[in-house]
Ligand binder design. Structure first.
Ligand SMILES: Nc1ncnc2c1ncn2[C@@H]1O[C@H](COP(=O)(O)OP(=O)(O)OP(=O)(O)O)[C@@H](O)[C@H]1O
Length: 120
């Protein structure tokens, strides 16, 4: 029973790694967010962020990439179940994009709180 339990969890991790790879390899929006994450990580080292600042920055980066990934999944489902134009599909995609917007705004605000004082 334990063997099956852990076997299934390990398999699940494999699928998750595959999903992360697919997002990074094929999704332009994830590639852009990852590039921004890399730049912000270099900036973090340059400005010698505190542990709290690093935690907030890593959290913001994770939040945006996570919601962006879910948005991609929603778009894929929408296109799969209804490839043609439909107001409801438009609404679903807009709402998913709105979630990314909230995450991005949160990340920008966190970035401003961390970095603006460093330029004063
Ligand atoms: N099938 C559809 N029916 C109605 N509206 C749609 C449909 N597909 C897309 N839209 C509208 O167009 C917007 C953008 O759609 P979508 O995110 O699929 O395009 P895109 O930005 O070109 O996507 P991609 O991330 O693949 O480049 C949606 O938020 C929605 O308003």
């Amino acid at each position: 029973m334990w063997k099956t339990f852990f076997g299934k969890r390990i398999k699940g991790c494999g699928y998750a790694f595959k999903g992360a790879y697919l997002l990074l390899r094929y999704e332009a929006s994830i590639q852009v967010q990852s590039a921004i994450a890399l730049i912000m990580t270099f900036a973090g080292f340059y400005f010698n962020l505190s542990a709290t600042e690093w935690m907030l920055q890593i959290f913001a980066i994770g939040l945006v990439i996570c919601i962006e990934g879910i948005n991609t999944a929603v778009e894929e489902i929408a296109d799969f179940v209804h490839p043609d134009f439909h107001n409801k599909i438009g609404f679903i995609k807009d709402v998913a994009a709105g979630a990314v917007f909230f995450a991005a705004i949160t990340a920008v605000i966190i970035g401003c709180i961390i970095y603006i004082p460093k330029f004063q």
